[in-house]
Design a protein around this ligand. Structure first.
Ligand code: NAG
Ligand code: NAG
Ligand code: NAG
Ligand code: NAG
Ligand code: NAG
Ligand code: NAG
Ligand code: NAG
Ligand code: NAG
Length: 193
């Protein structure tokens, strides 16, 4: 009797294992197919705060001193895919002049994972320094002038093997300018270049 029972039990054990294997294989296939069925959407960036603290041109040495503080928001618009960003750099442009770049993350910093439908805010990214320039517009830089500054964000993302660059076109008065409620800064979405 016991001789006939043991193969039975073994069979049931094998059946359970097989069932579990099929279940896991099925779930894995489902996850992978969903992952593939979702078309990859690129990282989205916006600037939701910007202060132009300093933007002075010194004629004698053709030098611009600048200090621009930014709040940059990164959004992963995908529902399943994680972003793995290994490089993010911010550069500001005014006419033909480049300011920066400022590194938000690179290959030597810890890998950055951005979950699906999630956002990260890089607070108070400071783009500041001195830049030599020979080409500069003839308009004097007055305190009440609104400057058209382009903020370029270059990024590298592993999963989509994406290298991309977006630009956010900002219109900024100097911080020292007596600002009224109408010129409080509004969020600017960045678009692909
Ligand atoms: C960035 O966000 C922080 C927190 O909301 C705020 O205190 C700061 O003033 C913002 N900076 C800029 C440049 O908008
Ligand atoms: C920038 O220029 C303004 C006006 O000319 C001046 O008041 C201010 O001190 C300058 N700032 C710096 C840091 O040079
Ligand atoms: C340019 O000149 C200004 C005023 O003399 C000085 O404050 C600034 O440090 C100079 N910049 C450079 C890069 O030499
Ligand atoms: C740039 O501006 C920020 C905000 O006003 C300030 O905290 C920072 O010290 C400035 N940096 C330089 C180098 O002036
Ligand atoms: C990575 O960024 C850090 C600052 O965040 C910088 O000190 C370092 O030099 C950068 N490394 C490379 C390889 O660019
Ligand atoms: C979004 O990211 C933050 C920080 O990485 C994490 O704490 C939070 O749980 C995430 N939210 C979702 C919905 O994944
Ligand atoms: C800013 O401007 C308003 C009206 O234009 C004025 O009443 C106020 O005193 C000004 N504030 C400063 C600090 O200059
Ligand atoms: C910010 O948005 C409000 C409402 O849409 C608009 O009235 C205002 O002019 C905008 N300000 C700037 C500086 O673009």
């Amino acid at each position: 009797m016991s001789e006939t029972e043991s193969p039975d039990i073994k069979n049931t054990g094998g059946g359970v294992l097989l069932f579990l294997f099929v279940l896991f294989a099925g779930m894995f296939a489902l996850v992978m197919s969903r992952r593939h069925s979702e078309s990859y959407k690129v990282p989205e960036f916006s600037v939701d705060g910007a202060d132009l603290n300093q933007f002075n041109y010194t004629k004698v040495n053709h030098t611009i001193s600048y200090n621009l503080t930014l709040n940059v928001t990164l959004t992963n618009p995908n529902t399943i895919i994680y972003f793995e960003l290994s490089d993010v750099q911010v550069t500001a442009r005014y006419q033909n002049n480049r300011f920066g770049p400022v590194t938000l993350m690179n290959s030597s910093t810890t890998p950055f994972l951005q979950g699906p439908k999630n956002t990260t805010i890089f607070q108070n990214v400071v783009v500041q320094g001195h830049s030599k320039t020979l080409l500069f517009d003839r308009q004097p830089m007055n305190a009440d002038q609104i400057y058209n500054i382009g903020v370029e964000i270059a990024f590298r993302e592993k999963f989509g093997r994406m290298c991309g660059e977006v630009i956010c076109n900002l219109k900024l008065p100097l911080m020292s300018f007596n600002r009224t409620s109408w010129d409080r800064y509004n969020t600017t979405k960045c678009s692909k270049v």
